[in-house]
Design a protein. Structure first.
Length: 137
């Protein structure tokens, strides 16, 4: 590497804005939802399967939304629920989750809303915005 390349690459790293660090989604384990609900947290459940195309499309939309607005990750607990593991669980039954690719938002124990098998960025954004409004109210 010559000196010019070294200087330019160093300068570029100082000039470029730092990319916002996105909070990772938390993987569901039994009791996690109850813990966050009892604390009054705003929770966004994503029931998905690794083999599900609709789930992957929803995941891309959610990732894009969180990149556009850091307030989502700062105020909402995003929980991934593995459909293959927890699709027939007591929790999924209690919440009446009909299938994978279901997104559900809660503030404490109160359901804010849900989306089933919808990949529309507009509709998913409405649900995440409603969760953010509840979280910051």
């Amino acid at each position: 590497m010559n000196r010019r390349t070294l200087i330019l690459s160093g300068a570029a790293t100082l000039i470029l804005p730092a990319a916002p660090a996105l909070a990772k989604n938390v993987n569901y384990v039994p009791g996690l939802l109850k813990k966050h609900q009892a604390a009054g947290d705003t929770v966004f459940l994503d029931f998905k399967a690794s083999w599900c195309g609709t789930c992957r499309a929803q995941g891309r939309v959610l990732k894009s939304l969180k990149e556009e607005n850091a307030a989502y990750a700062e105020n909402i607990v995003f929980i991934d629920v593995d459909w293959d593991t927890y699709g027939n669980s007591v929790m999924a039954d209690r919440l009446k989750i009909p299938r994978r690719s279901t997104l559900v938002a809660f503030k404490g124990k109160q359901e804010i809303g849900r989306i089933v098998a919808d990949t529309s960025k507009r509709n998913i954004k409405k649900l995440v915005d409603a969760a953010l409004s509840a979280a910051t109210a």
